[in-house]
Design a protein around this ligand. Sequence first.
Ligand code: SF4
Length: 212
Amino acid sequence: MDENKKAFGLKALDCAAAALRKNNFGAEVYPDGAAAAAALLALAGTGKKIGLGGSVTVSELGLPARLAAAGNEVITHAPGMPPEERRRVWLAALASDIYLASPQAVTSDGKLILVDGNGNRCAAVTWGPRRIILLAGVNKLARNQEEGLWRARNTAAIANNLRLKKDNPCVKAGRCLDCASPSRICNVATVLWKKPPVSDILVLLINEELGY
Ligand code: SF4
């Protein structure tokens, strides 16, 4: 990354971290994915149940395999899993020691935005797991809630439709058409305005483009 972009990214992430802390979330800033992954692995340790919320960021950092190699049980659904099995996995993830996911947007006033097709991830990041750790690359920063929700549908969702090989109207149009498609992937939005009191939520902000 260009040195000026790096410096600007760190400044923007520091501001977002301060805003998140004001909203009672834990927040830490890392210079790159490698540093964030090392910190996450140290936090997780070994022998934990780790729920995963289907995150490209988490995959890009190689965390599922690295957490399993460190002696943790990784709880995640797999493509083509039968519905009953998928339900069992999602319920088990709600009772995990640590739940990992990535929001589609982190706003400059410290809000976290997640949009889901099924809502399992939107549910798990509010309450259930003993600890929730959200990883967000610098590309996830948004000015405010409106821009964050726009980003979720007009940037993240289109890339996710392509990844999941779903032929929803946004893929052709290059923008969200608020479709009525049966394969629509934007059905549930969670906006964490402030940390729910009984939830333990830590956000790792990373000065690298990660995920969608
Ligand atoms: S067109 Fe449908 S699937 Fe695509 S981003 Fe909009 S609501 Fe989501």
